[in-house]
Design a protein around this ligand. Structure first.
Ligand code: GLA
Length: 327
C-alpha cells in the first residue's frame, strides 16, 4: 500500500513536471526581413503549430549579424531550447552555429542556407527551403507564355534580370528562369542582368534604372528577379522610364508579397507571382525543431518544398484562400 502510494505520488509529480515542461517550452523563430509577408506567414504558421503542440514561439527580427547574435543570447536567457532561422547573411552560419552550440540551443535553417568560411553550403545544418531552380524555371516559362499571348516581337523584347547571386537560392531562381527562357527560344543576347545592392524594392529599382539606360532600343520588357520585391522594383523602374503596363511583364516569386500590387484597381507591369508555400515552411521547420528538442528525434538534413501556383489579378484571392492564406 505504502509502495503504491509512493508510485502514485511519483507518477503525479512526473505528470505535472511533464506538463509544466511542455507548457514552458520556448522555441525561437528568427527572420531577416520581417516586413515581407512571406516571413510574416512563416511566423503565423509556426505560432499556430506551437499552439497545437503546446510550445511558445519567440519571434525575433534579425536584419543583421549583430542583431542575430544578440537574439540568440536573449533566447538562451529566456530559456528557449532552440530556434529556426532565416539568416540575414549566409556567411553568418559558422558564427550562428558556434553561439548556439555554446548556449546549448538547437538550430534549424529555413529559406536561406548557411555557408562556411570557404563559401561551401553547411549541409550539416537541417534546412527547409523552396525548390529554387524549379520555381525559377517556372518563372521563365510563364513569362514566355504571356509574352507569346501578347504577340510581342522577339527582336523588340529584352529581359531585365535583377540578380542577387551571393544568395544561393536567389541565384538558382534567376538562373533557372533565364535557362527556361533560352530553352523556349529567347535570344541569349537580349537577356541583360544587373545585381541589386539590397533585396528590397528600392535596391531593385536602382538596379532596374541602371539597366534600362543602357538599352534604350528595347520596346518591351520581361522582368525577372528572385522574389516579388525584386520584380516590383524592376517594374517600378520601367514605369519611371515611361513604359506602359502593356509593354512590361513581371512575374515575381513569393505570392503573399504581391497581394497589394495585384489588388490595385488598374493593371501594372507586374503580371503575377509564383506562390510557393510559406505556410509549409513555417510549420515544417518549427515541427522539426520541436520533435528534436522535445522528443529527441533528429531532423532530416534537407526538406525541399516544391510546387508553386501562378497567381495573377484574376485568381489570386481564390488561390490564397485555397491554401488557407486569406487574401
Ligand atoms: C529568400 C527570399 C525571401 C523568400 C524566401 C523563400 O529568403 O529573400 O523573399 O523568397 O527566400 O524561401
Amino acid at each position: 500500500m505504502k509502495l503504491l502510494k509512493k508510485v502514485i505520488a511519483a507518477a503525479l509529480v512526473a505528470g505535472i513536471a511533464g506538463q509544466a515542461l511542455a507548457a514552458d517550452l520556448k522555441l525561437g523563430y528568427l527572420v531577416k526581413q520581417p516586413e515581407e509577408p512571406w516571413f510574416q506567414t512563416e511566423w503565423a504558421f509556426a505560432e499556430k503549430t506551437g499552439k497545437e503542440l503546446g510550445f511558445e514561439v519567440i519571434k525575433i527580427a534579425t536584419p543583421d549579424g549583430e542583431k542575430t547574435l544578440a537574439a540568440i543570447d536573449s533566447l538562451a536567457a529566456n530559456g528557449a531550447k532552440g530556434f529556426v532561422i532565416c539568416t540575414p547573411d549566409p556567411k553568418l552560419g559558422p558564427a550562428i552555429m558556434a553561439k548556439a552550440k555554446s548556449l546549448g540551443l538547437k538550430v534549424v535553417a529555413v529559406d536561406d542556407q548557411f555557408v562556411n568560411a570557404k563559401s561551401a553550403p553547411m549541409t550539416e545544418v537541417p534546412l527547409v527551403m523552396m525548390a529554387a531552380s524549379k520555381v525559377g524555371e517556372r518563372q521563365g516559362k510563364e513569362l514566355w507564355t504571356e509574352m507569346k499571348r501578347r504577340g510581342w516581337k522577339l527582336e523588340e523584347t529584352g529581359v531585365m534580370a535583377i540578380t542577387a547571386n551571393e544568395l544561393d537560392t536567389a541565384r538558382r531562381r534567376t538562373d533557372g528562369s533565364m535557362s527556361a527562357l533560352k530553352a523556349a527560344g529567347f535570344p541569349a543576347k537580349q537577356i541583360f542582368t544587373v545585381p541589386t545592392k539590397s533585396n528590397d524594392i528600392p535596391g531593385a529599382l536602382d538596379a532596374g534604372n541602371s539597366l534600362l539606360v543602357q538599352h534604350p532600343n528595347v520596346k518591351n520588357w520581361l522582368v525577372i528577379g528572385m522574389n516579388d520585391n525584386t520584380v516590383l522594383g524592376g517594374v517600378r523602374a520601367t514605369e519611371g522610364n515611361g513604359f506602359k503596363p502593356e509593354k512590361v511583364i513581371g512575374i515575381g516569386i513569393n505570392g503573399v508579397d504581391a497581394v497589394t500590387e495585384l489588388s490595385k484597381s488598374k493593371a501594372t507591369g507586374f503580371y503575377g507571382s509564383l506562390l510557393p508555400s510559406p505556410d509549409v515552411h513555417g510549420r515544417t521547420s518549427i515541427t522539426m525543431l520541436y520533435d528534436w528538442v522535445a522528443k529527441g528525434k533528429e531532423p532530416v538534413k534537407f526538406v525541399e518544398v516544391t510546387d508553386a501556383v501562378l497567381i495573377t489579378r484574376d485568381n489570386f484571392k481564390a488561390e490564397l484562400k485555397k491554401k488557407g492564406l486569406g487574401g
